[in-house]
Design a protein around this ligand. Structure first.
Ligand SMILES: [Zn+2]
Length: 218
């Protein structure tokens, strides 16, 4: 079947020397949800307004790819795309100046659309980067806090000093900048006590060694 472009003054036909695609005038899609129905109604209205013919198209009426900036209509749901409806060479072929102005205008639309898309993409990428940085910061803070806890547990600050005699058994009072002994959790307290006992044993051992050495000196 031979298709002739439905746009007034456009004589392009399918099967001509220049290869062109042909697109049916959009119909209203009534049974695919309210959004699709509304969009398809608006789209059909826009197409017919842009083509600007007095008669209505039949189900066989098609327009050629010359009327779209990118050679084909954009997706129904991509409402902001300049090719959502045909914009080029629409009944103004007899006035080259008008055509020139129109082409310039739609090219500007296309450039604006691309800038808008680029900005949106950049914004999305920034949002993703910010989210990732936030996650990384959260992770590093958590790791640092865990590391600090672990260090405090393994190397608790102990006030005991060994000066040749063993101090009486008493509850050690670790001096930390911000945490009092009563605020230290039981596990840490247990580790501190263990550490203190080890230190005591170590000092006792050193004292014994000193005594033995002194005896040998005598
Ligand atoms: Zn055409």
């Amino acid at each position: 079947m031979v298709n002739t472009c439905w746009v007034k003054d456009c004589t392009n036909r399918a099967g001509g020397s220049v290869k062109r695609s042909f697109y049916t005038i959009p119909v209203v899609r009534k049974f695919e949800g309210e959004q699709t129905k509304t969009l398809s109604e608006e789209r059909r209205r826009t197409w017919l307004a842009n083509i600007n013919r007095k008669d209505l198209p039949s189900s066989y009426s098609k327009i050629c790819s010359d009327h779209f900036i990118q050679g084909r209509p954009a997706d129904l749901y991509n409402r902001s795309h300049p090719d959502w409806a045909p914009t080029l060479k629409l009944g103004t072929l007899s006035d080259p100046l008008k055509t020139k102005k129109k082409i310039k205008a739609v090219k500007t639309d296309m450039e604006r659309y691309k800038r808008m898309q680029h900005r949106r993409k950049t914004r999305e990428e920034h949002d993703i980067a910010k989210t990732l940085l936030g996650l990384q910061h959260f992770h590093e803070t958590s790791v640092a806090q865990e590391g600090k806890k672990a260090t405090e547990s393994v190397n608790p600050v102990c006030s005991l000093t060994v000066k040749g005699k063993k101090e009486p058994d008493q509850e050690p009072t670790p001096k930390t900048n911000s945490v009092s002994w009563s605020e230290v959790d039981s596990e840490t307290q247990h580790q501190i006590l263990g550490n203190t006992q080890l230190k005591d044993r170590s000092s006792s051992y050193k004292m014994t060694q000193c005594v033995l050495l002194n005896k040998q000196d005598i």
